[in-house]
Structure formats: C-alpha cells, structure tokens
Design a protein around this ligand. Sequence first.
Ligand SMILES: *[C@@H]1O[C@H](CO)[C@@H](O)[C@H](O)[C@H]1NC(C)=O
Ligand SMILES: *[C@@H]1O[C@H](CO)[C@@H](O)[C@H](O)[C@H]1NC(C)=O
Length: 364
Amino acid sequence: MLVLDWVAPIFYCVIVVLQLHGGDAKDLKAMCSTCRQITDNFNKGFERTAKKNFGGGNTAWEERKLSKYETSEIRLVEILEGLCDSSSFECNHMVEEHEEQFETWWFKRKTKNPDLFKWFCIETIKVCCPKGTFGLDCNACVGGSDRPCHGNGKCDGDGTRAGDGKCSCDRGYEGEFCLDCAAGYFNEERNDTFSLCKECHESCTTCSGPTNHDCDKCKSGWEKDEEGTCVDTDECSKDSSPCKDDQYCLNTNGSYSCLACDSRCSGCMGPGPDKCRTCAKGYKDEEGTCQDINECELPDPVCTEENRECENTKGSFNCRCASGFQEQDGVCVPSPEPEVSQEVPSSEGAYTQTAKLSEQHEDL
Ligand SMILES: *[C@@H]1O[C@H](CO)[C@@H](O)[C@H](O)[C@H]1NC(C)=O
Ligand SMILES: *[C@@H]1O[C@H](CO)[C@@H](O)[C@H](O)[C@H]1NC(C)=O
C-alpha cells in the first residue's frame, strides 16, 4: 500500500514530463488555436462588459463607480468566466493554469501591451508565433514572413510553435518556393519574389500562354494542325465509327459521345426518325422519315384465324379476340353471356329489365 502510494505520483510525474516534451505538432497547433480562442473571447468579454449599464443618469458618483469598474477585479473575473465552454477541457485547463498571467496583464501590462493575443499567446506562454513564422523559435516561413510561400501557398505551422515552415502550394503552383507553375499552367508574370500562374487552354497538356496556339503538347482528343495549333480530333469522321450499331456518334471538344438512335431506326446518323440509315422492323420510310406500318390495313389480312381482329401497335400488331370472344387455350371462344330473353316484350316491366341489364354490362 505504502509503496503504491509512493509509486503512483512518480508515475504521474513521468507521464506529465513525457507529454510536455513529446508534445507533437498537432498538440502545439491545437494549443495555439485554443489560446487564440481564449484571447478572442477575452476581447469579446471586454466589449460586453464595457456596455455594462449602471442605470439612471450620470451622477458624479455613478461616473466614479463606473470608471472604477472599468479596471476592477470584478470586471476581470466576469470576463474570465466567459472564456471557455464548460465542455472544453483544453480551454479551461489553459485558463486555470495561467490565471495569474491574466491578472498581471489586466493590472500591469494592458496599457503598454494592448494586444492580449500577442502578449499572452506569443510572448508569455509561447504557444503561438507571429504571422509568417513557425516553430519553437518562431523562424520565418519559406519565402519570408511578409509573404510566406510568396503568396502562393501555405506555410506549415504558420503562426504556431509547430511545423517545419515548408510550403504546400496552391492549385497551379509548385516548387519549394511556390514560384513554379504546375503542369497545365503557365507563368503570366514572374520575378524572383512574385509569380502568377494561369491555366492553359483546354486543349493543352503543357503550354507557354493562354490560347490553343501556345500549347507545347496537345491533350488526348486534340491534335496539332499545320500551324501547330491544337485542334479537336473529330472521332466521328473516322472510317469506322467508335459507336455501336444502334448509336450515333457526336463529336465534342477533346472527346465524343455515343447516343442511342431513335427506336424507329435500324442504325442512324443522328437523333430522330429522319436520321435513320434504314427503318426498324415494322416501320417504313415515308418522305425521309421512318413511320409505323399499319399492318391492319395491308391488302393481305394479317389476322386470319377465326374470331380474331387486327390491332395496330407501334412497330407491330396484335391479333386479338373479336368482341364477344375470349382467349382460351390459344383460340377465341365465345364469352359466357348473361341470359337475355330474345322476346321483345311490350310491357313496362320488360323495359326496366333491359335497363338493369345495361347497368350490369357497365359493371363488367
Ligand atoms: C516582382 O513583380 C511584382 C508584381 O509585378 C512587383 O510588385 C515586384 O516589385 C517585383 N519585384 C522585383 C524584385 O522586381
Ligand atoms: C470547343 O472549342 C472551341 C474552340 O476552342 C470553342 O470556341 C467552343 O466554345 C468549345 N465548345 C465547347 C462546348 O466547349
């Protein structure tokens, strides 16, 4: 028991020391952003409490009281209370750990060092660096602290005690200093400290200027003409179409599409029934457009079986059972009909019966 009581605190200390020394870049970056958030909230709290209204007029007593509050411990405490969300461990921990520093600044440094972020986060607890600098000693970023990465990228660890100061360049830029243009971009302006890269024309892989006359190399789907300009390759004009038999080819800049032919065509050169190579089965060419054949009106009847009649459909036809017949085992047989008296009665009662019958038919 005694030994354990001894060992546990030592163990704890070792862990704390390890954490302080092994604090990796992520922690250091996070600490700076926590600190920035704290000082932002401090400034907000400072403004909020400045508007504090003591009510009523401006008696001398109230003014004295007000000016006293302005620099009072009470006001500081009110501001400190609003620095962190209660759920943010890192924030509350940092504030608790450095409460004395806030008091020092509030009572002794505020006038000389009005920028709390700079005084607290950068100079006092040293979790942040000035803009354009990075790392434990706040060294200048690659490209200088005024315009890190020459304005074309982001410096690793910029403004924090972490990072290596190297650049990750914006789209279109590359190189250690982000002064070179990436593939597909060209330098519109450039000197030792400044570079402006713009995108090449869509037809170029690499280029020296903005148009398709300035390509070093054409993208696939484009080819150089006699003047060295990259022009679109018309894939559709080639001898063998790159599309399937029931599709037509549509050329686009740098590429092509295969689109479905109209259903009335068998092979086509474009959209619609008037661009068919030949008409699909069941359709015939009428003045350059493929139109449905009405098989039911052909001189030779197509439905020859007994009790069937012809019904035209798009591209085809049906031989359906005539009215009063129904399909049964592949032939048309008479439909079972309700018994209807064939006698023609002259009485009113019979008239009513007929009316009822017709009602029944509607229900069917
Ligand atoms: C480089 O070009 C930029 C933009 O045109 C200009 O502001 C800067 O003065 C130039 N620097 C030098 C060293 O020529
Ligand atoms: C195709 O390229 C030409 C010339 O480069 C251009 O004028 C036209 O707008 C482009 N068309 C499309 C759909 O991008």
